[in-house]
Design a protein around this ligand. Sequence first.
Ligand code: PMP
Length: 427
Amino acid sequence: MTADDVRKKHREFLFPATANYYAEPLVIDRAKGLRVTDKDGRTYLDFFGGILTVSLGHCEERVSGPVAEQVRRLQHASTLYPNEWIVALAERLAAITPGKLRKSFFTNSGSEADETAVALARMHTGTLEVVALRHGYSGRTLVAANLTAHAGWRMPSLVPGIKHALAPYCYRCPLGLTYPDCGVRCAKDIEELIQTETTGRVAALIAEPILGVGGFIVPPREYFEIAASIVRKYGGLFIADEVQTGFGRTGGTMFGIEHFGVEPDIMTFAKGLANGAPIGATIARDEVAESWKGSTISTFGGNPVSMVAALATLDVMKQEDVPARSLAMGARLRKGLDGLAAKHRVIGDVRGMGLMQALELVEDRQTKEPAAKRAGAVMEAARRRGLLVGKGGLYGNVVRISPPMLVEAAEIDEALTALAGAFDDVQ
Ligand code: PMP
């Protein structure tokens, strides 16, 4: 098949809602490390990592090797039969996650991981109502799509009991305030939300330490301490959705929430945990996990191939000290992005942590009118210059940059040069 054949058949045989990047969607044929090659033989530097999922690098041999071996040894068991890989990964997650998180349930995606977390919190507290964040993203299954607070990604509000708190979006403060004088009022407002929009008891707050799809929105340092303590006061648990921020991505720590000094009651993972193999995981404290009464099953959840992929990914992360790498390479990337912002007024905000960095584009720095078309144009121009980046934000005006974390300094510099060229192109 040629690239055009693929695009034509995609239009013909896939749901039209299957969102693709680029006016002419990129047909990827193969990849190695940070280099992705398309059907026409063009190679790109990948600074989005398949939505922060290729956490180490494409087809990293130290993961692909054990995966290939496992496919030949035992591909499938289902959660009905214990196997050594599912217990090994569960034990490893218990060891590396903060606090008393200890018992895991495995699924195939972030959506399922979040659904599992919310269902568990509801069972544990005997309460239905859940607080999520505006601009947050939880996935595409029914509860997850209703937790999601982005019109474009939502489904009609079919799930009752979900309340959306103000986003800790300092660049566009929903209260029109400025940090730190604001006293983090957005977090404190959760108390009034619970008092006025719920029965006065909640099952949980579910939140991303950095709002990923929302455009890498970084909450103020005190945010989660305030938010979690309010939610706990009203009987709820704190669920940290680490689907994007987990496994070194935010630099210096293994998990995003560790920057905020709060221990979650439940954490969810997917994406980067297995360097591209499908996986979802939900981990909880013992007594929380024990609240799931009755039986539950996931046919593919915890399958030996994904477990081996995750174990191998975590081994490499340890060998390479990925959190430290992410911190160092992230700082190099950030310095370059700050330099770009000094030159281009279209860049209204540079934000992020570690190797999770974003540029929010605006028509005017005073009015902050979102510049979505320009973000799209920058993406296209970057592609022409051989660089893949992502896009996000409620207004589609945020360029998201999140390379695989084994990225080298030379690749950061190469990406920054391509990005600088892309901004010059769309000037
Ligand atoms: N949570 C977060 C924070 C996410 O970014 C995503 C995916 N973008 C999900 C949950 C859902 O994950 P999946 O697409 O694997 O279902």
